[in-house]
Write a protein that binds this ligand. Structure first.
Ligand code: NCD
Length: 310
C-alpha cells in the first residue's frame, strides 16, 4: 500500500505518468466518471481549507465515488482528545482512501503508520503540502511544456509556507532548475531545506529581498501569502504581511511568457488587476487541482481508466 506524505515519495517517472493521466482527465473528464464506483474518500481536515478539501471531494465525486469526513478539529473526536492513530484506525473501517490536513508537522505520517488505507498528506503545519505541488507541477508543465530548465522565483513567506517547501524539493529534481528565493530576512527558506534540497544537490539559487530587481529573470513567479496562523505574535505578522504586493506596474519588467502562480488563498499579495493578465495562472491552478487529485486517487487505489486494478 502506498501513501503520499512527502513530495519525494513518488519518483519523477511516477509524477510524469500521474501528470499525463491528469492531462487526459482534463481533456475528457467524462471518460473517468465510473472509475471509483463504490469507493469512498474520507477528508480529515483539522485545519481550515477551501480548495484542497473541496477539490479532493470534487475529484472523488467526478470519479463516481463517495465522500465523507470532517472539516474542522472541533467537529471530530479530536476535540475530546482522540489521537490521530485511533482516528485513522477507525476511518480505515469507513473509507478506502483518506486525505488529512493537520496543524502538526508529521501528523499524516503518523496516521499512515496505523492506517489500513492510503493516506494523503493534505498539508501538515508549516512542513509539506505534496498535492499542492502536483497541482503546481501540472500548471507549470502545461504552461511551459516542461519542468526543467526554468528559473523559478518563490516569493513571500518562504519560512512557514508549506507549499513552497514541497515545490522546492520537487523542482530541485529536474535538470537546469535555478531558484530565486525572494523574502524578507525573517521569512527565508529554513536552513535545513537549503542544505538538504539545494546545497547537497548543487542546485543554483540566490536569496533576494527586492522582487522588482529580479523580475526580468523569472520564468515562473510563485507568490505566497504570509502565514498568519504560524506566527508567534501578531505584531510581526502586521509588519511583514504587505512586504510584497504584485501589481501591473511591477510586472512591466517581467517576461511576456512568465507565469504567475499562487496556491491561494490570496490576501493582499497580488492586486486584483493582475487577474486579467494572461500570465496569471492561479485560477487555472485551482482547476488543475481537481485533475491531479483525480489522477492521484486512481494511482493510490491502483485503478485504471476502466476502474479495474492495474
Ligand atoms: C495553501 C496551504 O494550505 O498551505 N493553500 C492551499 O492548500 N491551496 C497555502 C496557504 O494557505 O497560504
Amino acid at each position: 500500500m502506498r501513501h503520499l506524505i512527502d513530495p519525494l515519495d513518488f519518483t519523477t517517472q511516477e509524477i510524469n505518468s500521474l501528470l499525463d493521466t491528469a492531462d487526459e482527465i482534463a481533456a475528457d473528464r467524462k471518460a473517468f466518471s465510473q472509475v471509483c464506483q463504490s469507493k469512498t474518500l474520507a477528508t480529515l481536515f483539522y485545519e481550515p481549507s477551501t480548495r484542497t478539501r473541496l477539490s479532493f471531494e470534487s475529484a472523488m465525486l467526478n470519479l463516481g465515488g463517495r465522500v465523507l469526513g470532517f472539516a474542522s478539529q472541533d467537529s471530530s473526536s479530536a476535540a475530546k482528545g482522540e489521537s490521530v492513530a485511533d482516528t485513522i484506525r477507525t476511518v480505515s473501517c469507513y473509507a478506502d482512501i483518506c486525505a488529512m490536513r493537520h496543524p502538526k508537522e508529521g501528523a499524516p505520517f503518523q496516521a499512515s503508520r496505523y492506517s489500513r488505507i492510503p493516506v494523503i498528506n493534505a498539508g501538515d503545519g508549516g512542513h509539506q503540502h505534496p498535492t499542492q505541488t502536483l497541482t503546481d507541477l501540472m500548471t507549470i508543465r502545461r504552461r511551459r511544456g516542461r519542468l526543467g530548465n526554468l528559473t523559478i522565483g518563490l516569493c513571500g513567506d518562504l519560512k512557514f509556507g508549506r507549499t513552497v517547501h514541497s515545490l522546492l524539493k520537487s523542482l530541485a529534481r529536474y535538470e537546469g532548475i535555478r531558484f530565486i528565493l525572494i523574502s524578507p530576512e525573517e521569512l527565508r527558506v529554513p536552513e535545513y531545506l537549503i542544505e538538504e534540497a539545494l546545497w547537497a544537490k548543487g542546485i543554483p539559487f540566490v536569496e533576494a529581498e527586492d522582487m522588482e530587481r529580479v523580475m526580468d529573470q523569472l520564468d515562473i513567479l510563485y507568490m505566497t501569502r504570509v502565514q498568519r496562523e504560524r506566527f508567534f505574535n501578531e505584531e510581526d505578522y502586521v509588519r511583514l504581511k504587505d512586504t510584497y504586493i504584485l501589481t501591473p506596474e511591477k510586472l512591466r519588467a517581467a517576461r511576456p511568457d512568465m507565469s504567475i502562480l499562487h496556491p491561494l488563498p490570496r490576501v493582499n499579495e497580488i492586486s486584483i488587476e493582475v487577474d486579467e493578465d494572461p500570465r496569471a495562472a492561479y485560477f487555472e491552478q485551482a482547476q488543475n487541482g481537481v485533475y491531479v487529485r483525480m489522477a492521484l486517487i486512481m494511482m493510490l487505489l491502483g485503478l485504471s481508466r476502466e476502474g479495474a486494478k492495474c
